[in-house]
Design a binder for this molecule. Structure first.
Ligand SMILES: NC(=O)c1ccc[n+]([C@@H]2O[C@H](COP(=O)([O-])OP(=O)(O)OC[C@H]3O[C@@H](n4cnc5c(N)ncnc54)[C@H](O)[C@@H]3O)[C@@H](O)[C@H]2O)c1
Ligand SMILES: [Fe+2]
Length: 381
């Protein structure tokens, strides 16, 4: 038995942002809360959304911090409550969308804000959400996850509830046009991690694998185009769709060891989520390789259209090499030293990664402490 979740309605295509007022009217909404961050707030794309909501009673919270901590939730909730909102529109990347999911649930479930990890407290349907991603990365517009920093533990923690799946999603490539190349690369690799990890997870199933394959193909064919020329709107749109499809996989399957080893890097060293995943991707997949030969053979033609020229037995190695080469071509650092992490951090990083059991238990290979430590060690040289 398996299950897969999907937002209530998804609009996709260049110009699909124009559907926003129609959504509000269909839901009978007059009072709208728009959430964004300062980087996105400064963009023309945000103005477009704001203008489209011109005839509604609209309140904006535009200071959602990047990679928010669990302590940011109550501050944002207090502001949101004052707005007396009927629907919450997220315009931003994973940071804004995760906060939006959380706030939408808090607004209709008194007391939930006091212990957000206790998702059993979500008894009522959350306020309606509209997710408008401006990065082609996290797929948070589709996933049931909301990820927050828990500063005491130096760890990012994923809080998971079906209630977090968005009501509406608008995938308009124009909304990602202003994303700088560096972020296009790292957030795009995050999406690729979701697609590949959900494919090899022990929870993978025929439905999630359909979405994973489609996501891998779209992302691999478009990530370098979108990175090299941010105004290539066809590539932008395809990346957004690829990231969304990869997010859908996560309602059914799961991320695995790349994300597990990534959380301690975000938690203590505040390396952005996409970047830490990108640094880890090839190194983790190399260790996973013996348990992923069949899966990587299946993914090879989607990543490497010319792999037919290679003997089929070598496709799994070619897939791992491709992931490392792609990250290098996109200018992603291949060492944790770049972020000022010293070899002395090894023990603590390993301890913290071992705690991310929720994801490690779904990895196709039961990674030992030595293997996890070896991955970090290789990246600390
Ligand atoms: N919920 C999930 O399923 C899920 C999955 C993966 C990651 N995450 C979480 O999402 C967060 C990361 O999200 P992200 O990678 O999308 O980055 P982000 O939302 O933190 O944004 C990164 C930066 O990009 C800027 N930005 C975003 N869109 C822009 C645009 N169009 N033009 C110019 N600048 C723009 C933002 O202002 C910000 O400074 C992390 O907290 C991570 O843990 C969530
Ligand atoms: Fe991710």
């Amino acid at each position: 038995m398996y299950q897969i979740g999907f937002p209530q309605k998804v609009y996709s295509g260049l110009g699909s942002i124009e559907k926003l007022p129609e959504i509000m009217d269909a839901e009978g909404v007059r009072r709208v809360l728009v959430m964004t961050d300062q980087g996105v707030y400064a963009q023309e794309a945000f103005r477009r959304v704001w203008d489209l909501l011109g005839s509604y009673e609209t309140v904006c919270i535009h200071d959602i911090p990047p990679e928010p901590s669990v302590y940011d939730i109550s501050r944002v909730y207090e502001k949101a409550k004052e707005a007396g909102t009927q629907a919450v529109v997220a315009v931003g990347g994973g940071s804004v969308m995760d906060m939006t999911k959380m706030i939408a649930a808090c607004l209709t479930n008194e007391g939930y804000v006091e212990d957000v990890q206790d998702t059993a407290r979500i008894q009522n349907p959350p306020a309606k959400t509209v997710m408008i991603p401006t990065t082609a990365g996290t797929g948070a517009e589709a996933t049931p996850n909301a990820i927050f920093l828990f500063p005491e533990q130096n760890l990012k923690v994923g809080i998971v509830s079906d209630s977090f799946v968005a009501s509406y999603v608008i995938l308009d490539g124009k909304m990602t046009e202003s994303l700088p190349a560096r972020l296009t690369a790292s957030t795009g690799i995050d999406a690729l991690c979701h697609a590949v990890e959900s494919y090899i997870s022990i929870l993978a199933n025929p439905l999630s694998r359909l979405f994973s394959r489609a996501a891998v193909e779209k992302i691999c064919a478009n990530i370098e185009r979108a990175w090299a020329d941010g105004s290539d709107l066809e590539a932008r749109q395809n990346m957004l769709e690829g990231a969304f499809l990869a997010g859908v996989c996560l309602t059914s399957s799961s991320t695995v060891a790349v994300h597990a080893l990534s959380y301690p890097l975000g938690g203590k060293y505040h390396i952005p989520h996409g970047v830490s995943n990108a640094v880890l991707l090839a190194a983790v997949m190399k260790v996973n390789l013996p348990d992923c030969r069949e899966a990587f053979t299946e993914l090879a033609p989607l990543m490497l259209p010319d792999c037919g020229n290679l003997p089929k037995e070598s496709w799994p190695e070619a897939v791992v090499a491709y992931m490392g080469d792609l990250c290098r071509r996109l200018g992603i650092p291949d060492s944790l030293k770049t972020f000022g992490i010293e070899p002395e951090a090894l023990e603590e990083l390993t301890d913290n990664a071992m705690e991310v059991k929720r994801l490690l238990l779904k990895n196709p290979r039961k990674l030992t402490r030595e293997e996890i430590s070896g991955i970090y060690e290789g990246l600390l040289r």
